[in-house]
Write a protein that binds this ligand. Structure first.
Ligand SMILES: Cc1ncc(COP(=O)(O)O)c(C=O)c1O
Length: 489
């Protein structure tokens, strides 16, 4: 069954137009490392879809979506990737204390959801060259309590899952592939032997519908159970999707070099950190007061208007209409080449595929480089995404230990001081352990910055960014063995 919808393709390409017209001088233009890959027309389409109540069309739209992803027996449209993970864990009901071997970079909500289901996260280190998990460490992390492997492709780098599928089969582990950041022009729809693959249509993704996700499921029986559980969830309120689209209508209108420059200029005068503000604005679920609050927010079925937006974006995506940053990313790699390996490292450059969804570089002094680039009008940042290091789940205290801690709190000041010293010591020990277990990821997080490299930039602009970066990092070679150690792994 096919479902016909029309929408104006209004992808933002104004930076190029403005450059051609030469209307606004370069110093009054600003580009961000984060992009909303949609235009006001897409947001307007979402708002319009909220106004046409035709719930009878729901099944038709859902069918059209799943038909693009292997059919109703193998895919489910969802509110978000986080919703998909929560739904999966509700359905699988793994025993509490089961271990999940998880690639060590992800957004904080992913390990939080795993832990809320009583699971223990065991992070596995990544190789800096590929951003793929360290196979040796993955193998040695398997224990009798392991039940799941959870692998995320990050920053637009994607790696072949075949070896991981083999490890999962050998040990009878459930395998989840988090492709939230990997819905690029390669049209990858998940490894055929992975149990579940999750794709996001969230605000800053290439095929954004400002929200939404799709879950691809290998086993028909599991897909049926997931659908049954999903049907029990309440629906998303159309009005909340309407206001989300309205917000992104405004943001996409402002996502042009001159308005951006002006906004950032005013925010700086007011002493507001614009990067923090932007990351906050494009967050899918805002701040949550508690982890349980997060679960309540994600456990909803998408409204019809969101499904319609997703369908339009998917059709455009599968027709090759979703361009990614591949070409300009490779251009930037070439421009930086003279200092790559000595002063700059490029994570994920050896991955099986790289769309440069975001452009991270590793340098010796990230903070000072960001300050210098910002002074040059280049909006580099140290935290363009929420991606961070996944921490190992702390072992829960036994009843006896809980009692002891309570009496310690009640106890005299000296005892309390001692306890604090002990707790501080424990934290330090954990930090040290982490450094030993996750040397590459930890090192990477300490040296990373993100450059504003996207397909909306002109070649001239890319050249300017590259030359400023190289000028600043040239005297800062990462020449010591300990700095280069992770790169060589
Ligand atoms: C690696 C990764 N996993 C999961 C998610 C969550 O996706 P969603 O917003 O669809 O829940 C994101 C989104 O930022 C992500 O980058």
């Amino acid at each position: 069954m096919s479902f016909k919808l029309t929408v104006t393709s209004d992808l933002p390409s104004p930076p190029v137009r403005l450059t051609t017209l030469g209307m606004i001088p370069e110093r009054f233009r600003q580009y961000c490392a984060l992009q909303i890959h949609a235009g006001p027309g897409d947001a307007f389409f979402g708002m319009r879809a909220c106004l046409s109540w035709q719930e009878t069309k729901r099944q038709e739209v859902e069918e059209a979506i799943v038909n693009l992803w292997g059919g109703a027996n193998h895919s489910i449209p969802l509110l978000s990737v986080r919703s998909g993970l929560h739904l999966l864990l509700q359905t699988l009901s793994l025993p509490r204390g089961s271990e999940v071997l998880i690639s060590a970079l992800n957004i904080p909500d992913i390990p939080a959801i795993l832990e809320l289901h009583g699971l223990v996260c065991i992070p596995v280190d990544l190789s800096i060259n590929t951003l793929h998990v360290d196979m040796q460490q993955l193998r040695s992390a398997v224990t009798s309590r392991s039940r799941m492997i959870f692998i995320a492709h990050v920053y637009g780098a994607r790696n072949d899952m075949t070896e991981i599928v083999r490890i999962a089969r050998e040990h009878g582990l459930f395998l989840v592939e988090d492709c939230a950041e990997a819905l690029d022009s390669s049209q990858y729809q998940g490894h055929p032997d992975v149990d579940v693959s999750l794709f996001s249509f969230g605000p800053i993704k290439y095929a954004t519908a400002f929200q939404g996700a799709i879950m691809k499921v290998k086993e028909e029986e599991l897909c049926r159970r997931l659908r049954k559980q999903h049907a029990r969830w309440s629906g998303q309120r159309t009005v909340s999707y309407f206001f989300r689209c309205l917000k992104f209508f405004i943001l996409t209108c402002l996502q042009r070099p001159f308005p951006l420059w002006l906004i950032i200029f005013i925010l700086r005068l007011l002493g507001v950190d614009h990067q923090r503000l932007f990351v906050g604005l494009v967050r899918s679920f805002g701040r949550h007061v508690s982890p349980h609050h997060l679960l309540r927010k994600v456990a909803r079925r998408p409204c019809l208007a969101l499904l319609r937006s997703m369908l339009v974006r998917m059709e455009r995506h599968l027709n090759g209409g979703n361009q990614d940053n591949r070409t300009c990313g490779m251009k930037m790699v070439k421009l930086l080449q003279p200092l790559v390996g000595s002063n700059i490292l490029l994570p994920g450059l050896d991955a099986s595929s790289h769309s440069f969804w975001i452009f991270p570089i590793l340098v010796k002094n990230p903070r000072s480089l960001v300050t210098k680039l910002q002074a040059d009008g280049i909006d580099a940042s140290t935290g363009s995404t929420q991606i961070t290091l996944v921490k190992r789940t702390r072992r829960r205290r036994t009843k006896g230990e809980e009692e002891e801690a309570r009496s310690r709190r009640r106890g005299e000041e000296e005892v309390e001081k001692g306890a604090r010293r002990r707790e501080g010591g424990e934290e330090e020990e954990e930090e040290e352990e982490e450094e030993e277990r996750l040397p590459c990821v930890k090192w990477m997080m300490e040296h990373i910055i993100f450059l504003p490299v996207s397909r909306y930039e002109s070649h001239e602009r890319l050249k300017r960014i590259a030359s400023r970066v190289m000028e600043h990092v040239r005297p800062e070679a990462m020449a010591t063995m300990s700095d280069l150690r992770p790169w060589r792994r």
